[in-house]
Ligand binder design. Structure first.
Ligand code: PEP
Ligand code: MN
Length: 340
């Protein structure tokens, strides 16, 4: 790490700091500029860096401490420069495959789920989505069917052969949801629920980690690092939009996050333009943009009758629009060398 001294630091200050660093077993590299002296502290262990940085920041002659390595390792690009692929029941997420996850926001009834599952499968979707445990900003909105919803998802899997992804909100439900789900979803509201991240990290169940709506890309990757460092390497990231000053859209889909994640991490990334925009009319264009930017797949909310949906109807595609979407993304996938 690099310690930048302030302009009033004296020779005795530099001596004192050097002694402190050596006493802690660190190498010292001094670089004296006309106005500022920079001290390189060499050999700190990753796990002690943030504590050391805080301690050195407390010294009166230190202006700031800059860690030079990233605060995540296992999910970092250099850990697996070729990128990683998560495989569920023969479906690959990552690599040259473009993965389409589709289904209702929330499982509402057997009829609507099975009808949607069959339709999206016919159109070429690879994974069925559907919430059984639903987080919600309002305590009064529909919170899902719970285990009955999971049972219906498992039935839909039997019916169509598609693996299923569904959200788990609480450490107490990881075992239950894990009995049914092929991929566990961690929603935006739980990205920084470290107990949940560790509990899922203790399993080997593939997990899709959505970005917190107010989280930086680095915080998101650190959340993924919680899962990976707890022992579960089967992680997929999902950009689902962040909170900005814009109100026309529900969130602002951060297109930057896609190539940025590709630069920083080896994990596959899925785009969620439904939550990223909150408007079904924008889902097609934002899906195409995300695929063009390098996303490994998209997650789309589809409902037989969005006007009657219990949740997220305004951002859900009808069967007709989903059919259109599947046709529109094919040439984009092709252009970026991905097969559908
Ligand atoms: C969802 O996928 O339906 C959902 C609740 O997503 P998010 O956590 O991104 O709001
Ligand atoms: Mn939703």
């Amino acid at each position: 790490m690099i310690i930048i001294l302030n302009s009033t630091a004296t020779e005795p200050d530099i001596e004192e700091l050097s002694d402190v660093l050596r006493a802690r077993g660190l190498g010292v590299h001094l670089s004296r500029g006309a106005e500022t002296t920079i001290v390189g502290a060499i050999g700190a262990l990753d796990e002690e860096k943030s504590q050391l940085a805080e301690q050195f920041n407390a010294l009166p002659y230190v202006e700031r401490v800059v860690p030079i390595s990233k605060p995540y390792k296992v999910v970092g690009k250099s850990f697996r420069p070729g990128g990683s692929i998560v495989e569920v029941r023969g479906v690959k997420i990552g690599g040259n495959q473009l993965c389409v996850m589709a289904g209702p926001c929330t499982v509402e009834s057997p009829e609507m789920l099975f009808e949607t599952a069959k339709y999206v499968k016919e159109q070429g979707a690879h994974i069925l989505r559907g919430g059984a445990f639903k987080p919600s900003t309002s305590p009064y909105s529909f919170h899902g069917m719970g285990e009955d919803g999971l049972k219906l998802l498992a039935e839909a899997r039997d019916l169509t052969g598609m693996p299923i992804i569904t959200e788990v909100m609480d450490t107490r439900d990881v075992e239950l949801v894990g009995k049914y789900a092929d991929i566990l979803q961690i929603g935006t509201r739980n990205m920084a629920n470290y107990s949940l991240l560790k509990a899922i990290g203790a399993t080997q169940i593939p997990v899709m980690l959505k970005r917190g709506w107010a989280s930086t890309i680095e915080e998101w990757l650190q959340a993924a690092e919680y899962i990976a460092s707890s022992g579960n390497p089967n992680i997929i990231l999902c950009e689902r939009g962040i909170r900005t000053f814009e109100t026309y859209t529900r969130n602002t889909f951060d297109i930057n996050a896609i190539p940025a994640v590709k630069e920083l991490s080896h994990l596959p990334i899925i785009a969620d333009p439904a939550h990223g925009t909150g408007r079904w009319t924008l889902v097609n264009a934002v899906s195409r943009a995300a695929i063009a930017a390098g996303a490994d797949g998209i997650m789309i909310e589809v409902h037989p009758t969005p006007s009657k949906a219990l949740k997220d109807g305004g951002q859900s595609l009808t069967f007709y629009s989903f059919n259109q979407l599947m046709r529109d993304i094919a040439p984009i996938a092709n252009a970026v060398g991905k097969s559908l």
